[in-house]
Ligand binder design. Structure first.
Ligand SMILES: Cc1ncc(COP(=O)(O)O)c(C=O)c1O
Length: 381
């Protein structure tokens, strides 16, 4: 859980992605070993008594602590430049465990009205049964956010790149507003991934990811990641232990492997996505194209400042003739019709918005992807 990265503090992101959390195990393995054990040996009664005090941080039982999970958490903290991190068995496990911790005993959360549909449904349908309160607001409008604060507001929760229209929100403005009201800024940074920017470096208190997406990168592992202030992470770790929302050791190994190539994958996906966005803009079948790298996109300047000019692999578009949406969706041959994102394989999703198609650009040959998109768009002519 703690960030033991002193030897990598001076290294760049790409180095931290590969090396932070490296094993210092007795067998001297280069790759992090998968410690597949539910429980850990107690030396004696005194050891057992001592460890009872630290069930979510010490080797006792893998619902609270596991060495492979710890290696992943060390890497996550190092990547995000945060003091501590936790890994969960899904993005939703990270989100629900975090917001439940903050919402206990009547805590109020201000949530963006553009967060992931299951986050929205969970907040709407279940959060209040645990004693929390929620208000949904348009986070593009800081005045609306300001008006939503109550004395018991504990956090503002938002996705920095919105789905599916890829608006980029005023990160620093939202963080400043939360802090002015003594609330926390909790950012879901799944769409951008830490390869583009790291909200903790801009003052966010907690950063959450569906690690299923870019962090895994290969579409095999469901996982969630959380990083942030030490004291908050310790509190959330205890609820994770009680609810059993920790990641499994095997899935932690999958995310550790995926993270090593995150920077390369997101770099490649960003370049290709930018090219595909320009292709879509020029195509006569499209009405609007949404990509943070396009100057007309909401928040383009903010994206440029946050990312230094690398805009990620997600893009969306609408068609002039909306009745052709199904024909375009069905016409993709290389880009796979599937709902996830951040995979090495390019995926197209029909999205909850009836007008929008969304592409998660992978790492295939850019010429092949451009040809596939052009052919699919031609189906709308
Ligand atoms: C932005 C965002 N946050 C959270 C989640 C939930 O993550 P998971 O599917 O890993 O539970 C998703 C899933 O699509 C997502 O897109």
């Amino acid at each position: 859980m703690e960030n033991a990265v002193t030897q990598h503090d001076n290294h760049g992101l790409a180095t931290r992605l590969v090396h932070a959390g490296d094993p210092q195990n007795p067998r001297r393995s280069v790759a992090v070993p998968v410690v597949d054990s539910a429980a850990f040996v107690m030396e004696n009664y005194a050891h057992h008594m001592q460890i009872e005090e630290t069930l979510s941080t010490a080797p006792y039982y893998s619902r609270g602590y596991n060495p492979t999970v710890e290696a992943l958490e060390t890497k996550l903290a190092a990547i995000e430049s945060a003091p501590a991190a936790l890994a969960f068995n899904a993005g939703m496990a990270a989100i629900s465990t975090t917001l439940l911790t903050l919402g206990r005993n009547g805590g109020h959360i201000i949530a963006s009205d553009k967060v992931f549909s299951t986050s929205t449904r969970w907040l709407q349908e279940n959060f209040s049964t645990f004693g929390g309160e929620v208000t949904f607001v348009n986070c593009n409008d800081l005045a609306e956010v300001e008006a939503a604060f109550r004395p018991n507001t504990r956090a503002v929760f938002f996705e920095e790149f919105t789905n599916p229209l890829l608006n980029v929100l005023d990160l620093e403005g939202l963080i400043a507003l939360a802090h002015a009201h003594e609330a926390l800024a909790v950012v879901d940074n799944t769409f951008a991934s830490p390869a583009l920017f790291r909200p903790y470096e801009f003052g966010a208190d907690l950063v959450v990811h569906s690690a299923t997406k870019y962090m895994s990168g290969h579409g095999r592992v469901l996982a969630g990641a959380l990083s942030g202030h030490q004291a908050l992470i310790v509190e959330i770790a205890e609820l994770r232990r009680q609810m059993g929302t920790i990641i499994t050791p095997h899935n932690a190994a999958g995310i550790l492997q995926g993270l090593q190539t995150l920077d390369l994958r997101v770099g490649r996906a960003s370049e290709t996505a930018h090219r595909l966005a320009l292709l879509a803009v020029d195509h006569e079948a499209t009405a609007d194209v949404y990509y943070p790298g396009l100057p007309g996109n909401v928040g383009h300047d903010i994206a440029t400042r946050l990312t230094g000019g690398r805009y990620g692999g997600m893009l969306s578009f609408t068609l002039n003739d909306q009745s052709k949406k199904a024909a375009v969706y069905d016409a993709f041959e290389l880009i796979i019709r599937a709902t996830s994102l951040g995979d090495v394989a390019s995926l197209v999703d029909s999205t909850d918005d009836p007008d929008v198609l969304r592409i998660s650009v992978g790492i295939e040959d850019p010429d092949d992807l451009a040809a596939d998109l052009e052919k699919a768009l031609n189906a709308a002519l």
